[in-house]
Write a protein that binds this ligand. Structure first.
Ligand SMILES: C[S@@+](CC[C@H](N)C(=O)[O-])C[C@H]1O[C@@H](n2cnc3c(N)ncnc32)[C@H](O)[C@@H]1O
Length: 332
């Protein structure tokens, strides 16, 4: 390695290298529930006592949070900024602490990326069906956050007239089933998910106005049959978890489960053939490398091939705002 003086590193490198610092600061603050402890205003000593942390560490963290704009410091007193007050404390209007803890969990996986790249998979990863509440509850909350805001748009992009029966495979919180049931009062939806997730699904769906038309079914989509008689089968943010061979099998099962004229809908990152665009999808593929055994971001060409192989025709791609789009196939 060269040790003599060299040109300073350009900002393009430096800003990416240091990009983790603000993210880690905010994640630690949420993990320690600092914004709830600040309440209507508190000194570093008060906060340290409430979160059972060292006064030194707490003060350094609070000063950095002030520098980032999440708290304001007047004399020795810290107060939450508007955005922290709205999103980051207990009782906040848009309390986002639970979904943010999913990012904190993912942080630990991302820190093992070098090893994952060497091995091609994570060294120690429990299957989703045996992960505990500390992982599962923030995960489903994070999925719900995203799904609840995208689902009405997705329901509007699909023509749901004539659809009566929906199978929402790996449906998580059920946000898409709820949006579909709201869009068409004739729709009955089944959220198919792992037995340790469906109790959460029932809680989320139970808070909606269409709970009577959205039910859950426990199962492992890789092993269990989907049944039949559906007009629409949805895979939202599911196919990226699996290998190409598993996805081909899932799409064949979806084909068998559909009535003729029914549609399968894939909602996911749809990459170009180079798999480098969109950039969000290329980075998300790394998220799958560190948190699944076989997942990836797949291209529109791959989805198209698997859909055709499974028997679907009339393939359609609908881009949506944001990182994911739709691929649709019809069973004629
Ligand atoms: C990334 S989340 C997507 C949730 C939801 N579809 C959405 O778009 O918000 C993946 C979902 O698939 C479920 N899942 C993963 N592996 C599964 C399996 N083998 N069988 C059934 N569900 C599974 C997870 O529990 C989770 O709810």
């Amino acid at each position: 390695m060269k040790t003599t003086a060299q040109k300073p590193m350009p900002d393009e490198i430096n800003s990416i290298l240091r990009g983790y610092q603000p993210a880690r600061t905010l994640l630690t603050a949420v993990e320690l529930d600092v914004f709830s402890a600040i309440g209507r205003g508190a000194t570093a000593q008060d906060v340290a006592k409430k979160i059972k942390s060292s006064p030194r560490g707490t003060e350094i963290l609070l000063n950095a949070l002030a520098a980032l704009g999440f708290v304001n410091k007047t004399g020795e007193v810290f107060r939450n900024s508007g955005i922290a007050d709205e999103f980051l404390r207990e009782g906040a209007k848009n309390d986002s602490r639970l979904p943010i803890l999913h990012t904190a969990n993912q942080w630990r996986r991302w820190s093992e990326m070098t090893d994952c790249v060497r091995r091609g998979k994570p060294a120690d990863l429990k299957p989703m069906k045996s992960r505990g509440a500390g992982w599962r509850n923030p995960f489903i909350a994070a999925m719900h956050r995203n799904a609840a805001s995208r689902a009405p748009r997705l329901a509007a992009a699909l023509d749901l007239r004539g659809v009566r029966s929906v199978l929402d495979v790996g449906g998580g919180s059920g946000a898409f089933s709820v949006a579909f049931a709201r869009a068409n009062p004739a729709i009955r939806a089944t959220v198919f998910d792992l037995p340790n997730v469906t109790p959460l699904t029932r809680e989320y769906v139970g808070q909606s106005d269409v709970a009577k038309r959205v039910r859950t079914r426990d199962g492992d989509y890789l092993k269990d049959d989907f049944g039949e008689g559906y007009d629409l089968v949805l895979f939202s943010a599911v196919l990226h978890i699996n290998s190409p061979a598993e996805n081909k099998r899932l799409l064949k099962k979806a084909f068998r489960a559909l009535n003729s004229g029914g549609r399968v809908v894939i909602h996911d990152s749809v990459m170009d053939r180079s798999k480098t665009k969109p950039a969000s999808g290329a980075l998300f593929a790394l998220n799958m490398l560190v948190s699944t055994h076989k997942g990836n971001s797949y291209s529109g060409a791959e989805y198209g091939r698997w859909l055709k192989d499974a028997g679907f025709s009339g393939l359609q791609t609908i881009p949506l705002p944001g990182p994911s789009g739709l691929m649709i196939g019809r069973k004629s």
